[in-house]
Design a binder for this molecule. Structure first.
Ligand code: G4P
Length: 528
């Protein structure tokens, strides 16, 4: 390994922000980009999003709804670090893509609204992080508003997520009484000034709890702070790097993103703490990021960015070695070499042709449908990366054809969309019925819009009675046969012929699971 490879890899941090909608993810992203010099003014991220919608019409639905269906990747630079931030879309545009993004990162930043605590979407995304032991750093936001007491927030995280909390900063008051954050590791207090308004400005800094400036500035709150710090130092978990790296402990920071307060402390500590590109498991062996030969896997396909060309972009996470422009990569699934002259790097401000990329980087490879989610690329070695699962859908519809003669085209269209990862397709055992499963309901609109635009099929998405699914497995084939004969009505095969149990609710699944202890009900399965 050449010395500069090492330096390149060690300067890279690839992470995603996990949060419930409205917790402040966009606001924090924007502040990070401001610190990195990638944008010059607050408001640019949202403005950029909307101008992109106006410019590109690759998916009419994005334009109509003014939301981002696709996962975006943003690379920026800060203090000699090359940071890649992967977006995890929220609300109804929540999809499998959102989950799969987490297979391509080395750490996550969890943003929590101080008034709300741990909310549903955060919990779902956290579950995926836990599955992969992803280290998580927590930012508790909106301290400038009345919220839950800081200690209670830590208790909620510890209890709800079974995640040890190690506060790195501590808030003084909240809402109107919010005075700043005390950095427990540096023994420094940053006084809050709500006039920051997105500008980068150092506030007053007080060194240590004995500094006379503390009483002068905080009055009664100074003694409260001393008591809090004493309590926190005694009661909270000391920082444990091993626990953090295994996703069992989270360093916690407090602040107010909109006021750009506590965000720099967060970003600086994040860069110290967040792991550099990590080794990844393949079916054959573990791949180390410092290996000389290139390897990587795709975790997302974005289709039809340019409708005139029917092109697709495969998002590839580089896992080892170096990519250089024009390099021929071995595509494991097709056993063919693919030339990559036009791979794209997603900088925060623009897209650029990738000249070179190292472990931790995300590059986009244009293709015409040859690349699928979970595909491995190498310089020739036979490898297959693991850990890019299918996630059990939570919404199930069927497509009602408005022109019955087109059922063959519908099948083709649905199968292709399933291959791309836009939807999951289930064929029930006792009927010829196809059921579409997705994680977020907005995907149904995407499916109907794409069937119309790309396959000339007019259809309508109709709800089914199913609301939950699990892939099922059993060690004893006899037990499986018994289960199948008693539950045919609820069984279906997915696009890769995995047997799936469809149910009205999670409650039904739990009950069936109790009745059939020899059957395993899985929320995730690996792509074959
Ligand atoms: P999201 O991406 O997680 O969905 O959240 P986003 O950053 O868009 O923030 C959601 C709302 O919360 C925004 O208000 C934003 O201004 C506000 N917000 C973010 N951080 C803070 C904070 O530290 N304190 C307070 N008080 N509010 C915060 P909005 O009214 O929905 O949007 P906008 O009109 O500000 O754009």
């Amino acid at each position: 390994m050449k010395k500069n490879y090492k330096k390149e890899i060690e300067s890279r941090k690839t992470f995603a922000i996990i949060s419930h909608p409205d917790a402040g993810k966009t606001t924090i992203t924007e502040k990070f980009l401001l610190f990195g010099g990638a944008i010059q003014m607050a408001g640019a991220v949202k403005a950029k999003r909307s101008s992109q919608h106006a410019r590109s019409d690759w998916m009419a639905i994005e334009k109509e709804r003014g939301i981002s269906v696709s996962t975006s990747v943003m690379k920026f630079f800060y203090n000699n670090a090359e940071i890649t931030l992967l977006d995890t879309p929220g609300h109804e545009d929540f999809s499998e893509d959102t989950y799969r993004v987490l297979t391509a990162v080395d750490s996550a930043l969890m943003v929590i609204d101080s008034a709300k605590g741990v909310e549903t979407q955060t919990r779902k995304l956290f579950e995926i992080c836990r599955l992969r032991d992803i280290p998580i750093i927590t930012f508790i936001n909106k301290l400038d508003r009345e919220g839950l007491p800081a200690l209670e927030l830590l208790e909620i995280i510890e209890k709800d997520l079974a995640l040890e909390c190690c506060p790195f900063t501590w808030p003084i008051g909240m809402g109107k009484l919010f005075k700043g954050v005390y950095h427990l590791k540096k023994n420094q207090l940053h006084l809050f000034s709500s006039t920051h308004h997105g500008k980068i400005k150092e506030g007053v800094i007080i060194n240590g709890l004995d500094d006379p400036l503390l009483d002068q500035n905080l009055d009664k709150q100074a003694d409260e702070l001393r008591e809090d710090i004493e309590l926190i130092n005694e009661a909270s978990h000391p920082f444990n790097l091993d626990h953090f790296e295994r996703g069992l402990q989270t360093p916690v920071f407090f602040g107010s993103a909109i006021n750009n307060f506590g965000v720099k402390e967060l970003l600086d500590s994040f860069l110290d703490l967040a792991p550099t590109p990590q080794p990844r498991d393949c079916k054959e062996r573990k791949v180390d990021p410092y290996e000389k030969n290139f390897s990587g896997f795709t975790f997302k396909i974005q289709a039809n960015m340019d409708p005139a060309h029917r092109d697709r972009i495969a998002f590839l996470r580089v896992c080892s070695g170096k990519y250089t422009r024009g390099m021929k990569l071995s595509h494991m699934r097709s056993n063919k070499k693919i030339a990559t002259r036009n791979a794209i790097t997603f900088l925060a401000q623009e897209r650029a042709v990738t000249e070179e990329a190292f472990a931790g980087d995300i590059i986009g490879i244009p293709n015409h449908g040859t690349i699928k989610i979970g595909d491995t690329f190498t310089e020739g070695e036979k490898l297959n990366f693991l850990g890019i699962p299918n996630f059990a859908p939570e919404n199930f519809w069927r497509v009602k054809l408005l022109e019955p003669m087109k059922s063959k085209s519908l099948q083709v269209g649905l199968k292709q969309l399933a291959e791309e990862g836009t939807l999951q397709l289930f064929q029930r055992l006792n009927t010829s019925d196809y059921i579409i499963g997705v994680v977020g309901t907005l995907q149904f609109e995407v499916v109907v819009a794409r069937l119309r635009a790309e396959y000339k099929i007019e259809g309508r998405a109709e709800p089914t009675t199913f609301n939950a699914a699990r892939w099922i497995k059993a060690d004893d084939p006899k037990k499986m046969e018994q289960f199948k004969s008693k539950n045919t009505h609820n069984l279906a095969l997915d696009a890769e012929n995995h047997l799936t149990y469809l149910a009205k609710s999670d409650w039904d699944i739990n009950r069936t699971q109790k009745d059939w202890p020899d059957i395993r009900f899985l929320k995730y399965v690996e792509h074959s």
